[in-house]
Write a protein of this length. Structure first.
Length: 127
């Protein structure tokens, strides 16, 4: 068995599953497929992967990026998500600087935002 050729399930803890489900389904437009026995919201992602929003009322979000979506045109995706109410993070650090919410990192562009629990999510575009 090679893990290289297996689909992945990403587990993200959320404090309020219903609020998170609304954000991931309606704001981000992900394909909600139902709820499991634990009460986790499930999403089908491209390539057969699954996003699982775990009900963890006392969880604290990580300060690192929990998940990143590869997009073809980061500028249009940022504009579209802003119209849907997503608030993007801006940074002005020595190694990380955003212009119009987008940071250029060599051949990659990235933009970050948070879900209702505070989990950091990212859009990235490969050049």
């Amino acid at each position: 068995m090679s893990l290289t050729h297996r689909t992945v399930s990403m587990m993200i803890p959320v404090t309020d599953v219903e609020r998170a489900r609304t954000f991931y389904s309606e704001t981000l437009g992900l394909d909600y497929t139902g709820t499991n026995d634990e009460g986790s919201a499930l999403y089908a992602l491209d390539g057969g992967s699954t996003l699982v929003l775990l009900p963890r009322p006392d969880s604290t979000p990580s300060e690192s990026t929990a998940m990143s979506f590869e997009v073809d045109d980061i500028t249009s995706e940022v504009t579209d998500l802003e119209r849907r109410g997503v608030v993007f993070e801006d940074y002005d650090l020595p190694d990380l600087h955003t212009v119009d919410h987008v940071c250029v990192l060599g051949s990659e562009k990235a933009a970050w935002f948070k879900d209702p629990t505070g989990n950091v999510l990212c859009l990235h575009e490969q050049n």
